[in-house]
Write a protein that binds this ligand. Structure first.
Ligand code: R5P
Length: 284
């Protein structure tokens, strides 16, 4: 097996190759003067099963993925597995208003052109993967998040909304602590309202878990509501730290005691690695 790392997932791809003890090749990607993407795989041939590790977010990474796919196929890859740690466009998974595209489906159809297997991590809607005609697996980061926080004094695991209650329960059960959910109403792209908790958080060390943090609006509001209700501390861990518009500064300057995310998107707080999870899936 050969691991090819795209520019969005350098450290993760390298770590994965180390765990699997297989060859690692970093795609050499740069930009043409006009901003178009250029990439090259420095190898004579890839006569092996090839695993590409690359996000489809932001847009440049998506283009780079398409180009790497073509390059590895031309180099003779026996099979091509796409590991897409953060699958961009997964949230536009249906036509919400007439005239819109089904963006997630479009992405799958194009990525499927050179692809024998797909692995994602906590994709926003798992059903999106059914658009791939090949084998697909969505891995759950709950285990590595729970391992990271085990023994760190967490009393309660919460999700910011009912939709993510299953994730909070999964993390809580693995840590052996109770879990529950808050109730969120989205007011705008950057603002949410969190209803007062209907359970007791006074004096507790709370961990909020979510699939992603984008602007940070959800988590900042939830943390402030929990501290107002008497929580001793509030930490947050998400799978995908998208962190748009200085969200990390917004979060670290808030009522939170810790901000952590997985390395599906690599940044200064992505200290929880999903490499082991991916390695286990690839060994199957
Ligand atoms: C929503 O469905 C997601 O699980 C996240 O809660 C949301 O995307 C977070 O966005 P933001 O950080 O902008 O509040």
């Amino acid at each position: 097996m050969i691991i090819v790392g795209g520019s969005s997932s350098r450290d993760l791809a390298k770590e994965l190759a180390g765990i699997l003890d297989c060859t690692y090749i970093q795609a050499a990607s740069t930009k043409f003067p006009d901003g178009e993407c250029y990439t090259r795989i420095d190898a004579e041939a890839l006569d092996d099963d090839v695993v590409i590790v690359q996000n489809t977010y932001p847009n440049d990474s998506l283009i780079e993925m398409f180009l790497i796919q073509d390059a590895v196929r031309r180099l003779g890859a026996r099979s091509v597995t796409l590991v897409i740690p953060y699958f961009g466009y997964a949230r536009q998974d249906r036509v919400f208003k007439p005239g819109e595209p089904e963006s997630a489906k479009v992405m799958c159809q194009h990525l499927a052109l050179v692809c024998d297997r797909v692995i994602t991590i906590d994709i926003h809607k798992e059903a999106v993967l059914d658009y791939f005609p090949c084998r697909h697996t969505d891995l759950k980061a709950a285990a590595v998040i729970a391992d990271y926080f085990k023994g760190k004094g967490i009393d309660l695991v919460l999700s910011p909304d009912i939709g993510a209650a299953g994730r909070a329960k999964d993390v809580g059960d693995r840590m052996g602590v109770p879990s529950d959910h808050l109730n969120k109403t989205r007011l705008s792209g950057t603002e949410v309202r969190i209803a007062p908790a209907t359970f007791d958080v006074a004096g507790k060390n709370v961990l909020i878990v979510d699939d992603m943090i984008s602007t940070g609006g959800t988590i900042v509001t939830a943390a402030s509501a929990l501290r107002d209700a008497g929580a001793a501390s509030v930490a947050v861990a998400c799978t995908h730290g998208v962190f748009v518009n200085n969200a990390i500064e917004r979060l670290t300057g808030s009522a939170l005691s810790a901000v952590l995310c997985c390395n599906t998107l690599e940044n200064e707080v992505s200290h929880i690695s999903v490499a082991g999870l991916i390695a286990d899936a690839l060994r199957e």
